[in-house]
Design a protein around this ligand. Structure first.
Ligand code: UTP
Length: 624
C-alpha cells in the first residue's frame, strides 16, 4: 500500500473511533499504525474499552502502548479465529458455568469397547510384535509445555531423572526408547525401512529454551537434530469477569495477563505447522502422543500400537483399570437422544453424577472385576494420521474448550482471580462423527503409568490406596515394573519391602534398570533371560547398559553394573555378591541436597559394586 492509501485508511478508522467510548485511545491514534488501529477497533467492538482506560497522553509511555498492541497482535494470531472468537467463546462458556450447566446434559453414558491386555500372555506378545512393525510408520509427539505447578520443581520436568540409579532423565529415556523401537521395527520387517521416525516436542515460553538447551547440550541424546521439531504453544488472555473482559497485568497496565491454554493446543499447532501433511506424504500412519514424566510409557507403546493396527482404531486411548470414584478420568461412550455419540474421557467428578442422573442410582461403582467398568484414562493417545488430518481440515485443530472460574461467592458474579479458556488433548474425539473408530487399550497399572506430578507435601496427603504421582512413587514404580517383568520372564526376585519416604509409603523392589537397547519389548527380555536358576535379592541393584547381554543361571546379592558396546556378546552367570547400593532416607527440606533428590525423599549410597565394561567387540562371559 502507498503511504497515501495508508493515511486514508487510518483516517477512516480514526473517524470510526472518534465516536468511540475510549477517549484515551482516541488521543493516541497518531502514534499507532493502521494495523494497530484495526486491532484497537476490534477490542472496542468486543467490549474491551477498559484496556485503554488508563492510557496516558501521546508522548508519554508510547513504547509501552506499542508493546501492548504487539502483544494483542500475537494473542490474536495465535488463536484459531482470533481474539474475537476467543472472547465470544469465553462469554458463552462463562454464562454456562454461571448457570451451572452440565456439559453432558442429555447424554447417556455406557461402557465403550476396547482391548484389555494382560502383560506377557500370548495375546500381549502378538500385539507387541505387530506394534513393533508399525513403529517405523509412527511419529511421536511429546507435550511438554506444562508449568508443573503442582510439582513445583525449578527445572523443566523432562530434565528430571526418572530414576537415580543411573540418573537418566525423562527426555533421554524417551529418545532412546524411540530409537531402539525404530531399529527393532526395521529388523523385524527386513524390507525397506525408515529409522528416522520424527519426534515433535510441544513447548511453551516456560519450557522452550531449557528443552532446546537440554537437547543441544546432549547431542539430542543420539537422535538426528533434523528428526526433532519443537513447536511452541502461546498462552491465552486471562478473563477478569463474566463479560469476558480481558485482565490486565496487575503490575503493568500495558500488558494483558496470560496463562497456559492446556495441552489441547497440540492439535492446532501440528495442523498449522504443516507437519501432518508432510508425514502423510512420507507414508507415516500413526501419531503417538505422550506426556513429560511417565517413565513407564514405552513398556506399553509397542502393544498399544499393535492394538491400533489390528483393530484399525482411529483413536486409541491408553488406559489402566480404575477403582470406582478414583481421581482419574474414565473413558466413556456418551450417546445423545439427538443421535450424537462420542467416546471420550469424562472427569471422575463428572462421571459419578452423570451415572446417577441417567438411571444408575449407585453411580460410579466397581463391577465383578473389582474395578469400575469405565477404564482410567492415562492421556497417552495413538491417532491414525489419515482420519486425523481429515478431521483437522474441518476444525483447524480447535479443541472444545472449558472454563473453570473460581468464584468469590455463590452469586457467581466475581472471580477470586482471573481465569482463562483451556483445552485438553484428550478432548479431540469430541467432534468426531459416530462412524469414527474410537477405542482404548487397558494394561496393568504397574506397567503403564507412573507420572511425576505432585510435590512431596501434596503427595503425602493423597488418600491411602490412591497413587501419589510423585517423584518418590515415579522412581519406585520403575524398579517395581522392571522386577515384575523379570519375574514374568522366570527370574526369582525377592518380594519388596515397604518404606516411607517424604511421608509416602512405597514398595521398594530390587533396583533393576536397563537401557532400551537391551530390551524394548517383553519378547526381547525373554530372549535374553534363560536358565531356571536366576535370582535377584531385594537389596540388589542391576544395571544393564548393553545390547547383547544374556542372563543365564545368575544370582545377584549386591550391585552389578554392565556396560558393553553393541558388538560385545556378554553372558552373565554365577553369583555376584557385594555390599551393593543402599537407599537412604533424606529430609525433603535439607537444602544442602539437590532438588532432584529432595523431592524423592531418598538417595542412593553407592557402597560397593562389581562394574564390568566391555568396550571392544567379542564374546565374553561374566561368571565370577
Ligand atoms: P499436567 O496435567 O501434568 O499439567 O500436564 P502441568 O501444567 O504440566 O502441571 P500443573 O498442572 O501445572 O501441575 C500433562 C501434560 O501436558 C503438558 C505437560 O507438560 C504434561 O506433559 N502440558 C500441559 C502442555 O504441554 N501444555 C499445557 O498448557 C499444559
Amino acid at each position: 500500500m502507498t503511504p497515501s492509501v495508508i493515511d486514508k485508511l487510518a483516517n477512516v478508522q480514526i473517524n470510526e473511533l472518534a465516536t468511540s467510548s475510549s477517549p484515551n485511545l482516541q488521543k493516541n491514534l497518531s502514534i499507532l499504525s493502521p494495523d494497530q488501529i484495526e486491532l484497537a477497533k476490534m477490542l472496542l467492538e468486543m467490549g474491551q474499552d477498559h484496556l485503554f482506560e488508563n492510557w496516558r497522553d501521546p508522548g508519554v509511555e508510547d513504547n509501552e502502548k506499542i508493546a501492548f498492541l504487539d502483544q494483542v497482535a500475537l494473542l490474536n494470531s495465535s488463536y484459531p479465529g482470533g481474539l474475537t472468537s476467543y472472547i465470544k467463546t469465553a462469554r458463552e462458556l462463562l454464562a454456562d458455568s454461571k448457570a451451572g450447566k452440565n456439559p453432558f446434559d442429555g447424554f447417556k453414558p455406557s461402557v465403550p469397547s476396547g482391548e484389555n491386555l494382560t502383560f506377557g500372555d500370548d495375546n500381549f506378545i502378538k500385539y507387541e510384535e505387530t506394534g513393533v512393525e508399525q513403529v517405523q510408520k509412527a511419529v511421536f509427539v511429546l507435550v511438554a509445555g506444562g508449568l508443573g505447578e503442582r510439582l513445583g520443581y525449578n527445572g523443566i520436568k523432562v530434565a528430571l531423572p526418572l530414576e537415580m540409579t543411573t540418573g537418566t532423565c525423562f527426555l533421554q529415556h524417551y529418545i532412546e526408547s524411540i530409537l531402539c523401537l525404530a531399529e527393532a521395527s526395521c529388523k523385524q520387517t527386513q524390507g525397506e525401512c525408515r529409522r528416522d521416525v520424527p519426534l515433535v516436542i510441544m513447548t511453551s515460553d516456560d519450557t522452550h529454551a531449557r528443552t532446546l538447551q537440554l537437547l543441544e547440550s546432549n547431542a539430542y541424546f543420539g537422535m538426528k537434530p533434523t528428526q526433532v521439531k519443537l513447536l511452541k504453544q502461546e498462552k491465552v488472555a486471562c478473563l477478569a469477569d463474566n463479560d469476558a473482559r480481558l485482565a490486565l497485568d496487575p503490575n503493568n497496565m500495558y500488558r494483558i495477563q496470560t496463562k497456559p491454554h492446556g495441552h489441547g493446543d497440540v492439535h492446532s499447532l501440528l495442523y498449522s505447522s504443516g507437519l501432518l501433511k508432510e508425514w502423510k506424504d512420507a507414508g507415516f500412519r500413526w501419531v503417538t502422543f505422550f506426556q513429560d514424566t511417565n517413565g513407564l510409557l514405552f513398556k506399553v507403546i509397542p502393544a498399544a500400537l499393535g492394538v491400533s493396527a489390528t483393530k484399525n482404531y482411529h483413536v486409541n486411548s491408553l488406559a489402566v483399570p480404575r477403582k470406582a470414584k478414583e481421581a482419574i478420568g474414565g473413558i466413556t461412550r456418551l450417546t445423545h437422544a439427538d443421535g450424537r455419540e462420542m467416546v471420550i474421557n469424562v472427569e471422575y467428578n463428572q462421571l459419578d453424577p452423570l451415572l446417577r442422573a441417567t438411571g444408575h442410582p449407585d453411580g460410579d461403582v466397581n463391577c465383578e472385576t473389582g474395578y469400575s467398568p469405565y477404564p482410567g484414562n492415562i492421556n497417552q493417545l495413538i491417532l491414525e494420521l489419515g482420519p486425523y488430518i481429515d478431521e483437522l481440515s474441518k476444525t483447524g485443530g480447535a479443541i472444545k474448550e472449558f472454563v473453570n472460574p473460581k468464584y468469590k461467592d455463590s452469586t457467581k458474579t466475581a472471580f477470586k482471580s482471573s481465569t482463562r479458556l483451556e483445552c485438553m488433548m484428550q478432548d479431540y474425539p469430541k467432534t468426531l462423527p459416530p462412524s469414527a473408530r474410537v477405542g482404548f487399550t487397558v494394561t496393568d497399572p504397574w506397567l503403564a503409568y507412573a507420572p511425576v506430578k505432585n510435590n512431596p507435601d501434596d503427595a503425602a496427603k493423597v488418600p491411602k490406596g490412591n497413587p501419589y504421582h510423585s517423584a518418590t512413587s515415579g522412581e519406585t514404580a520403575i524398579y517395581r515394573c522392571n522386577s515384575m517383568i523379570l519375574r514374568k520372564a522366570g527370574v526369582k526376585i525377592d518380594d519388596p519391602v515397604s518404606e516411607v519416604f517424604n511421608g509416602q509409603e512405597v514398595e521398594v523392589w530390587s533396583r533393576v534398570v536397563w537401557k532400551p537397547k537391551w530390551a524394548a519389548t517383553y519378547a526381547d527380555v525373554k530372549r535374553k533371560v534363560s536358565g531356571n536358576n536366576n535370582y535377584i535379592s531385594q537389596k540388589s541393584t542391576l544395571v544393564i547398559n548393553g545390547r547383547d547381554v544374556h542372563i543365564e543361571d545368575f544370582s545377584l546379592d549386591g550391585t552389578l553394573v554392565i556396560d558393553s558396546v553393541d558388538d560385545a556378546e556378554v553372558k552373565v552367570g554365577g553369583l555376584v555378591q557385594n555390599n551393593g547400593w543402599t537407599i537412604e532416607s533424606v529430609d525433603k527440606d535439607d537444602t544442602t541436597l539437590p532438588e532432584e533428590v529432595r523431592i524423592r525423599g531418598f538417595k542412593i549410597n553407592k557402597v560397593e559394586q562389581l562394574e564390568k565394561c566391555y568396550s571392544k567387540p567379542g564374546k565374553y562371559s561374566l561368571n565370577p
